[in-house]
Design a protein around this ligand. Structure first.
Ligand code: HEC
Ligand code: HEC
Ligand code: HEC
Length: 422
């Protein structure tokens, strides 16, 4: 119980004429510290959602927080731990200090944790939030599941080597609000930098897997491209209003696009559950990022051979849904016109969507997300290359051409099928 609460309780007692000894109050306060207040647990649950702990700490089809999900990093596979309250295989016997050391400082019982666990972001969490998060995590029902965490090849399997990584890259500066920014932008910065860790996917990494200085400028991961989130009109969020960002993070779709792949998971597990005020804070944070100028390449001419063939393919295969102008159907079939994700230098997400198809996000705000079928079985590598080159260089877009070799490579990496129908 905080001191001011104690004082106001005392005052209330005196006003009500109830004689309560200070000693009894102090005893109550001590008990309250042993068993965290329900509001602390509830707030901790919200923080776990904002930090998206469940996304990594749950195996496909597995129990929440029981671990076992393999994270593919450039150095090999790291498996997320069981963080349920099971005493043998989870963290049920841990103290707050041990939990804090792992979550904010990357120190586990058997040495340094791999930065695949975003302690580099969580280090910015406040002490009070950390206490509430722990109060909630302790209530997660025990699940007995032994997780072998470290399957990395030599030399990456040596946890001690991470001392060097931490010395080079681990910035332990706590979050400090910037007095030149509005309260909303500061709240957004806290949510994005300390909890949601959007940069883990959207910021390009250096050779040792740490964020480069190109913050939020977009990068590829696991067969997807997480687009540029900076304020520029070509590849970034320059044309998106704050309200567009809010709608996207709440429902998975807006007037510009619909989410797919890893971003759908972020929206379904995490952002759709944030309060309206917090979503607006995140949007305010991104809209306050400095505008960035990017080189816009001239679009390929309509007479280019790939463009001619691609346009034909588009009219036959795609226009029934996306319409011949590429405008689509509001809140159902995303528009392809002036679409920053299509303008991204890397076509990785587009290759993924075209080969494997995509099911739209099913969120509370948009319960029946529309889907797009995959074309791997139907279109040859050159046909997919042509249609992607066409949508990347028409309808207000401009981006490098896609080659049949790019498609062949993605087909193999994604394990997508070969053409079966002609
Ligand atoms: C991006 C994926 C990811 C997210 C998000 C994530 N974790 Fe982790 N976490 C991991 C991985 C991977 C490990 C194992 C790292 C290792 O073995 O070095 C881990 C390890 C841990 C450990 C150490 C467990 C042990 O037995 O050593 C704790 C505690 C933990 N995470 C708590 C959390 C909490 C709480 C959150 C949310 C606030 C969270 N994690 C979010 C990936 C993640
Ligand atoms: C696990 C990786 C991952 C995390 C974490 C993540 N994103 Fe994404 N995001 C992606 C990928 C991949 C895409 C591209 C797929 C798509 O268009 O849906 C994407 C797409 C987007 C888009 C659409 C951009 C466009 O031009 O179409 C926005 C906006 C976005 N993310 C914002 C965020 C914000 C804000 C956060 C933090 C709250 C976040 N993302 C966290 C991977 C991630
Ligand atoms: C049956 C209807 C349908 C057909 C046919 C179709 N699409 Fe789609 N497409 C969709 C839907 C619905 C989405 C949004 C899916 C989601 O929510 O993830 C989508 C998404 C996309 C996206 C991602 C847009 C973004 O903003 O992230 C691209 C690119 C795309 N389609 C291109 C194509 C191309 C090229 C073809 C033809 C080869 C095609 N589509 C055929 C329905 C269709």
């Amino acid at each position: 119980m905080a001191r001011h609460q104690l004082r106001s309780t005392l005052r209330a007692c005196i006003r009500g004429g109830v004689a309560l000894s200070v000693a009894a109050l102090l005893a109550n306060a001590a008990r309250a510290q042993d068993a965290p207040a329900a509001t602390g647990i509830e707030h901790g649950r919200y923080l776990a959602i904002a930090g998206d702990c469940v996304a990594c700490h749950t195996a496909p089809g597995g129990k929440p927080f029981a671990g076992g999900l393999d994270l593919k990093t450039p150095f090999g596979v790291i498996t997320a731990s069981n963080i349920t309250s099971d005493k043998e295989t989870g963290i049920g016997s841990w103290t707050f200090q041990q939990f804090d050391a792992a979550v904010r400082h990357g120190k586990g019982p058997s040495g340094n944790l791999y930065p695949a666990m975003p302690y580099t972001a969580y280090v910015k969490m406040t002490d009070a939030d950390m206490a509430d998060l722990w109060a909630y995590i302790r209530t997660v029902p025990p699940v007995s599941q032994k997780v072998v965490e470290n399957k990395l090849p030599f030399p990456y399997n040596i946890r001690a080597a991470l001392v060097v990584w931490n010395a080079l890259f681990f910035d332990r500066t706590p979050f400090t609000p910037d007095s030149t920014r509005s309260a909303a932008v500061n709240r957004g910065a806290y949510l994005v930098e300390a909890l949601e860790h959007c940069g883990i996917c959207h910021t390009p990494k250096n050779a040792l897997g740490h964020d480069s200085s190109a913050t939020y400028q977009g990068t590829s991961l696991q067969g997807w491209h997480a687009p540029d989130l900076t304020n520029n009109d070509h590849t970034g969020l320059g044309t998106w209003s704050a309200e567009d960002i809010v709608t996207y993070l709440r429902s998975g779709t807006n007037r510009h696009t619909a989410s797919s792949g890893p971003m759908t998971e972020v929206i379904v597990n995490s952002t759709q559950h944030l309060t309206d005020a917090d979503l607006h804070a995140i949007a305010a944070y991104f809209k306050a990022l400095p505008a960035r100028t990017v080189d816009v390449p001239p679009p390929l001419p309509a007479t280019n051979a790939q463009m001619v063939a691609g346009r034909r393919e588009f009219l036959v295969q795609c226009s029934a849904c996306h319409t011949s102008s590429g405008q689509g159907v509001a809140n159902m079939i995303p528009t392809l016109q002036g679409n920053p994700a299509i303008n991204a230098k890397s076509p990785d997400s587009l290759l993924n969507i075209l080969l494997a198809g995509t099911t739209g996000p099913a969120t509370a705000a948009n319960p029946t997300g529309a889907g797009m079928p995959g074309f791997a079985w139907k279109l040859h590598d050159d046909q997919i290359a042509n249609v992607l080159t066409y949508i990347r260089n028409s309808q207000g877009n401009a981006a490098p051409a896609v080659s049949a070799a790019d498609v062949a490579k993605a087909r193999k990496a994604l394990g997508a099928q070969q053409v079966v129908w002609h």
